[in-house]
Design a protein around this ligand. Structure first.
Ligand code: AMP
Ligand code: ZN
Length: 470
């Protein structure tokens, strides 16, 4: 079964062939930590998590690196405007460093709640200033740059094939139009190093051979990924908003500095989470975050299920109705798994003993998720397994555990919740037990129905009757 991904560079689905057999180097553009992540950002990291789990499923040893942008990301992608971090600090009356720590922790706590595996390497831009200065210096030495009154810029006309990822037609961008370039030579040129402004005191600034200042936003990703994954690596991912500017600029920097092409073999981008047909964004007021989901009575894994119900390359429309659907589905799944657990007990059928039908489902699942991460199809296979009475219960339970290594819905270790049973329901349960002892099945069934009407369900196990809510 081949592992295939749509590579943004070729706009085609390609078979994944790692640079080094059995290994995969993966870099994800991480969060800009000036605010909480919104649900759109979190959709992106659920996608990356599935990608990583699918690589592992296919026998690859993954090295996953994610950066934390804690300096240099300006409010405009055109290297203008305020630094988002300094803006966040001013908004909250705290230091930039405090803001960065606070929102980095908030991000990590959200992804943990979403059952997203943490990367092997977290790297903060502010802890890699030396590496960024070195890469800028290499680009200066190789003649790719020029200096203006506010910084050192990359001259994109000097690199062959600039913007190929975005399919940018640079000539058309420039041709015939009068664009106010300021001191920039070409519209697509971008800052590698910005000088500290003379009129405002920045909280984050460093000395460099070019002058006191701070790194441009793009240089952190190319220098840190090179440090941890090497000069060429397998996969780079992020949201589609990075296709036009951030990722082409990362490519220009990395390929300019090392002279090796292609820097990255596969580029994967997730589509947006949208609300009322608009991209969810941090800069807009009232964005939804994971806490909002909790406040409305949903769990983080309800949101994860909602994300998995769509392919990552399609826009996903957020609504509370859709969240209701996800919540109900996940609750049903957990209930079925608990029922299976109660029946199966220790008799789980290990993978080596799966019958032909179980193996067929395994193959179906693996080929669905390996086909450009088709999680809706993967979920469909899961439901089919749970409905298929021809499978042994032990096989079904074992398959659920296997599928959950990719889905990450917490199904493998779902535990019976401790339910508080009100005294009137307890009396009905005891009466039913009595009826069963007396082999009065009609009365026992009637009492079970009465219990169900009160919002509880019963299952009879070796250890006695188990009570569940719903
Ligand atoms: P940021 O913290 O703004 O740098 O964004 C973190 C990641 O979330 C980036 O890879 C973005 O491309 C991605 N992203 C931003 N907005 C959305 C959205 N509405 N839906 C999905 N992904 C998004
Ligand atoms: Zn990046």
């Amino acid at each position: 079964m081949a592992l295939k991904f749509t590579n943004t560079m070729s706009r085609k689905k390609e078979e994944f062939i790692p640079l080094e057999a059995g290994k995969a180097g993966l870099y994800t553009c991480g969060p800009t930590v000036y605010n909480y992540p919104h649900l759109g950002n979190l959709r992106c990291y659920v996608f990356v998590d599935v990608l990583k789990r699918v690589l592992v499923l296919n026998g690859l040893q993954v090295k996953h690196v994610m950066n934390i942008t804690d300096v240099g990301h300006l409010t405009s992608d055109a290297d203008e405007g305020e630094d988002k971090m300094e803006k966040g600090a001013a908004r909250e009356g705290k230091s930039v460093w405090d803001i960065a720590t606070f929102y980095t922790d908030a991000f990590k706590s959200d992804i943990t709640a979403l059952n997203i595996l943490h990367p092997d390497v977290w790297c903060k831009a502010t802890e890699h200033i030396k590496e960024q200065i070195e890469q800028v210096q290499t680009l200066v030495d190789k003649g790719y740059t020029y200096t203006t009154s506010d910084g050192v810029y990359f001259d994109t006309s000097k690199i062959e094939g600039y913007g190929a990822l975005a399919r940018l037609k640079v000539d058309e961008l420039e041709g015939g139009k009068r664009v106010d370039l300021g001191e920039k030579k070409n519209k697509t040129d971008f800052a590698l190093w910005k000088f500290s402004p003379t009129d405002v005191k920045r909280q984050m600034e460093w000395d460099s051979p070019f002058g006191r200042g701070f790194p441009g936003w793009h240089i952190e990703c190319s220098s840190m990924s090179t440090k941890y994954l090497g000069e060429q690596f397998d996969i780079h991912c992020g949201g589609i908003d990075h296709i036009p500017v951030h990722h082409p600029n990362e490519i220009a920097q990395a390929e300019g500095a090392t002279g090796k092409k292609p820097w990255v073999k596969y580029w994967l981008h997730n589509e947006f989470l949208v609300m009322n047909e608009e991209k969810m964004a941090k800069s807009s007021d009232g964005f939804l975050r994971l806490q909002t989901v909790f406040d409305k009575g949903y769990s983080a894994l309800d949101f994860r299920y909602f994300c998995l119900s769509a392919v990552y390359r399609m826009p996903l429309q957020f609504s509370w109705e859709a969240m209701d659907g996800a919540k109900q589905s996940l609750e049903r799944l957990k209930k079925i798994v608990l029922e299976l657990k109660a029946v199966v007990e220790d008799a789980v059928v290990e993978k080596a003993e799966w019958g032909k039908k179980a193996v067929g489902y395994e193959e179906e699942f693996v080929s669905a998720v390996s086909d450009d991460l088709n999680t809706p199809q993967g979920l469909a296979v899961l439901w089919n397994v749970l409905r298929d009475k021809e499978l042994k219960e032990g096989e079904r339970l074992s398959l659920v555990g296997f599928f959950d290594s990719v889905l990450g819905l917490g199904l493998a270790d779902v535990e019976e919740e401790v339910v508080e049973v009100p005294s009137d329901v307890r009396k009905l349960i005891d009466a039913r037990e009595e009826a069963r002892k007396n082999k009065d099945w009609v009365e026992a069934d009637r009492l079970r129905l009465e219990v169900m009407e009160k919002g509880f369900s019963l299952s009879d196990t070796k250890e006695g009757v188990k009570v569940r809510r719903g």
